[in-house]
Write a new protein. Structure first.
Length: 420
């Protein structure tokens, strides 16, 4: 299948660069926050179990989506066209991914801007308006993403060693300045939650990342390197950052590494950690958002940089004007509904097409069976995540995984029925 986004053989990159991008994406403030939530809801061995199972599940579908991207040289929006048709994918999937990526870009820019203004005020006495900080850092992030894969690669080569060193020092300081060992050994969670809920929260931190895996793995050289980079990029970094959030919350009452470093008398280091964590994560939102917007407007890879600037610019303005405060709940629902995209995409390629790139085709029609299967998976994910009558959490297994399984099964059943 020819596509405006298809990567040529000479554009393929090393698996190390891909691993760095995944590790940089997973080290973020939301992951530390989930660690804090797990730390107050489980003992540490149980929290670790939630992380391993949660990121293990994400790694599985992330690898299959990634290998398909590597085989075809296509991003997620183009791969979804196989099951839904190019027009179905363009107007449904590209819209969903564009809104989700732009929205989460804006949220990260807003969080970074607010924290930057606060910490600069504490360190220097200079009060920078939050909207200015949000626009400034949002602009830096979107311009980095506009330069493409190579910019993301070099950014993470620089930021990862610094972030790892800062996290290591933070843990060292916590264990030397607090009675951490005794606090942890005697800790009883004040608000225990079911194990499934903990796993669901972990999956939520990278559910979107698993779906858009192909946006990056289309640059990989082969399936083996996709699996190696996906697993090594997600699991070690993800386990470490969430466990740090859990430990810091139990010991200090704070999940945010930048706040803890500030309280330890190192506000400058805390500021560096905050900016690098937000920067290395948010460039992936802008990059994938740019691809989705490009596809939505019928553009290709050559226009991706410009579309990335547009996508990131919209997210930055949303952050600057405080609209993200009203957007978070909507985005949470939207992000929960995106994993079924992976279900129909994988079913079309791995089951119907038997994992053969030469069998992967897409036409301009809107394929009803693909859209029907996606809708069924989205409904399953939504209803097993929330009780719409009471608004309470209604957990049945893991809602994003439910969406993937249901959408994939429905697609295969409808495809076989249509053939007969």
């Amino acid at each position: 299948m020819e596509s405006k986004f298809q990567i040529k053989p000479e554009e393929r990159k090393s698996w190390i660069s891909l691993m760095a991008i995944w590790a940089g994406a997973v080290i973020c403030i939301p992951a530390l926050m989930i660690g804090g939530l797990l730390g107050m809801s489980f003992n540490l061995p149980s929290a670790l179990l939630c992380i391993v199972i949660g990121y293990g599940i994400v790694s599985v579908y992330k690898c299959f989506m990634g290998m398909q991207g590597c085989d075809t040289g296509l991003p997620t929006v183009s791969m979804a066209a196989g099951a839904m048709g190019t027009n179905g994918s363009k107007y449904i999937i590209s819209s969903l991914l564009a809104i989700a990526c732009i929205g989460w870009f804006g949220i990260q820019a807003a969080v970074c801007g607010a924290a930057f203004s606060m910490m600069m005020g504490e360190m220097t006495g200079v009060n920078i308006p939050v909207w200015i900080s949000s626009i400034g850092w949002g602009t830096v992030m979107l311009l980095t993403a506009a330069y493409g894969y190579n910019a993301l690669k070099f950014l993470n080569y620089i930021t990862l060693p610094v972030l790892i060193a800062l996290m290591a020092y933070c843990m060292f300081a916590v264990f030397t300045r607090f009675d951490a060992a005794n606090i942890i050994s005697g800790f009883q969670p004040p608000a225990p939650m079911p194990l499934i809920s903990g796993i669901s929260f972990v999956i939520a931190t990278f559910a979107l990342g698993g779906v858009i895996s192909g946006d990056y793995t289309r640059y990989a050289k082969n399936r083996r390197e996709v699996v190696i980079s996906s697993v090594l990029g997600l699991l070690p970094a993800g386990i470490i950052v969430i466990m740090i959030g859990a430990i810091m919350t139990v010991v200090t009452g704070e999940f945010d590494i930048s706040v803890v470093l500030s309280e330890l008398g190192l506000p400058a280091f805390g500021l560096i950690a905050l900016i690098l964590a937000a920067w290395s994560t948010n460039v992936t939102n802008a990059f994938s958002g740019g691809i989705a917007v490009s596809d939505l407007f019928g553009k290709g890879e050559k226009q991706r940089a410009f579309m990335t600037i547009i996508a990131g610019g919209i997210g930055t303005l949303l952050a600057a004007f405080g609209l993200m405060n009203y957007f978070v709940d909507f985005l949470s629902i939207l992000t929960a509904l995106i994993p079924p995209v992976a279900g129909v995409t994988m079913a079309h390629y791995w089951v119907v097409g038997r994992g053969r790139p030469d069998k992967f085709t897409a036409d301009t029609s809107v394929k009803v069976i693909g859209i029907t299967a996606f809708a069924a998976g989205a409904i399953a994910a939504y209803f097993t995540g929330f009780n719409i009558l009471t608004g309470d959490r209604f957990v049945f297994f893991v809602s994003p995984v439910n969406g993937i399984i249901v959408s994939g099964l429905i697609y295969v059943i409808l495809h076989k029925a249509l053939k007969k």
